[in-house]
Each structure stands twice: as C-alpha cells, then as structure tokens.
Design a protein around this ligand. Sequence first.
Ligand code: GAL
Length: 369
Amino acid sequence: MRRPSLRAAAATAAVSAMALTLAGCASGQAQVASGSPTDPGTIGLALPTTESARWISDGQNMVKQFQVLGYKTDLEYAQNDVQKQVGQVGAMIQHHVRALVIGSIDGTALKADLAQAKAAGIPVIAYDRLIRGSGDVDYYATFDNFKVGVLQGTALADAIGLKSATKAAPKRIELFAGSADDNNATFFFNGAMSVLKPYLDSGALVVPSGQMEFLPVTTKAWDGKVAGARMETLLAGPDAAVTLDGVLSPYDGISRAILTSLQAHGYGKGGKALPAVTGQDAELDSVKLVNTGGQSSTIYKDTRELAKVAVEMTDKLLNGEKPDINDTKTYDNGVKVVPTFLLQPVLVTKANLQTVLIGGGYYKASDLG
Ligand code: GAL
C-alpha cells in the first residue's frame, strides 16, 4: 500500500486530531484506523554522539517527524566510537529497517554495511555528514558546508578588524579544524581559509604557531578536550610572547574549550581582551556566551529543517518518488557524486542573536538565563 507523503500525512494527522477534539470522546483506535497507514515499518537512525546537544536535537526532531508519518524509528548513538556505529548499522540491516539515515562518525567506515543495505534493498541517506567511499549511499541532506566556513572566516575577519590590518601591524590568530575523518571538517576549513588566506599571504594576518595546514590543526572526534589541550600547548609555546586577536574554531564544543584555555592564560581579565572565537551549531551554552560577549559568533543550522529534509527524502524514496535535491555537483564521495539537498547556514553574533534564534523560535528568551 502506498503511504501518504509528509504533507499529506501531516494534514491527515491534523484533521484526525481535530476530529478527535470535536468528537470529544473518540478513542485512540478510531484515530489509528482513520489516519495511519498499515505496517509503516521502522527507519534506522544512526547518529554520532549524545555528547553534543545538536545531535540530540537532530535525533528528537527526526523521531517526531517520522512518527507523524506513521513510521517507527530505531535511534542509536555511538558515542563517537566508529566500530560501535558500524555494528549499530549492521544490526539495523539485520532487523530489516525500511531505510537508513546515517550521521556518520568516520565517513569511510560504513562501506561494508552499506553494501549489505543495498543487497537488502534498504535506501541510505547520509545525514549532515557525507558517507565516503561507497556507491551505496543514495542521497545526502546537509547544510552548505563550504559556506559555513566562509561565514566563520568572515566573522573572524570582521571581529578582529582584519580589513585595517597591515604587514607592519598584523593581527594574530590560531586555527582549529574539526575531525579529519568527517568530510565536513575539510569543507569548513577550506571555506574559512578562502577568506583568510589573502591576509595570510599579505602578512596582515599571522599564525604564530605556523600551523596553517588542515591536518595539523584538526581535532580528533571534534573533542573539546583535545582542542583545549592543543590551545594550552600553543599558549605555553609559540603564543606565549604574543597577544592573540582571534581563534578560528569550527564548532561550539571546541570553542568553549578554547575559551577556557585562553582564560586560564590570563585573557578576558586585567585589560587583556578575550580573542574573538568563532563557532558552529548555536548550542545553547555557546549562544549564552555569544549573548554575553564571551564567544564572538556561532553558525546557526536549524536542525528542525535538516530533519525535515531527511524525513521527506526517506518518505519519498519509500514511496517510489524522487526526493527534492538542489546540488548534483559538490559532494563527490570518491565513488559517486551524491545527490544532495543543501540548506543555508546563518551567522549569529550578538547583533542578530535575538532576531534569529529567539524570533525564529529555536530558543526561548528564558533559555538565555
Ligand atoms: C559536523 C557538523 C557540525 C558539528 C560537528 C561536530 O559534522 O556538520 O555542525 O556538529 O560535526 O558535531
């Protein structure tokens, strides 16, 4: 039986809810009989970790939205353990999920799993992070990752007044990137460097450590502790004799750890201003810091919208329809160019935080404390 599309099912659910309210005493059974498809099946959702607030929201949003369509879900987190995620996805295939939505940890580790999924006729959607090295990934739902990096680089440049810097009076920053096994990390870094490189080339911008290539500045598993430790090492070494103006940070969890290290080294007090530190994900703890001036910016990626795209893609695929895509060029995973739907990221600073995050309903004013 062909199941309804997302919009149709949502409308049906709204109508049944209204009918129930009007009837006053209608039973749940009546609602099931009138609104839900028979045997909708289970969707396997494999996400990286609950250690970061955003992935918790991603999971909750998808579960809610799949349920509106009548699907069941199996949501698993792997706490950034690559082999654990490989096992979780394998088990989902054994349990005959109807489709897989995967936010991978190591984008290259799922090849064998996906070959099994293909053989079992289970469609696969890469969620936020590209799955690499496999021809068996059907679609990709994400944000414009290069643009995220451009926004981060631009925010940093603006915050430190880079336009007026010169070789004689340069600005000084350190660079941090995400986890090397996550395809997004390269995109973020390259996007940011597309903005910063001309200033590095002219000498108006200096990286005291000299660490400007991607690999030396990456942060295994996006782990704040790893980044905080590297910041400590830099502050005790190449950065000890200089004043830093900024730090390029790819993600809020890393930004907060960097800020803690900077504060431990005397920044943010006694007339020594905190360097401008970028971020990503608009995690509440970082949004609070942006609001009070501790973190200079973050990037807002509405996980409700990303979940909606992934859920619609899955539902369309399972109904024999073609999912909507808007990019067929950018995401070559080494085996194929994966058809993608890209959402737009938004830069958040203190200036637009209220309008974007509170006005947009992502947080409540009271969440800011
Ligand atoms: C990336 C993702 C970012 C951030 C980071 C750490 O893949 O695109 O938004 O969440 O992982 O979790």
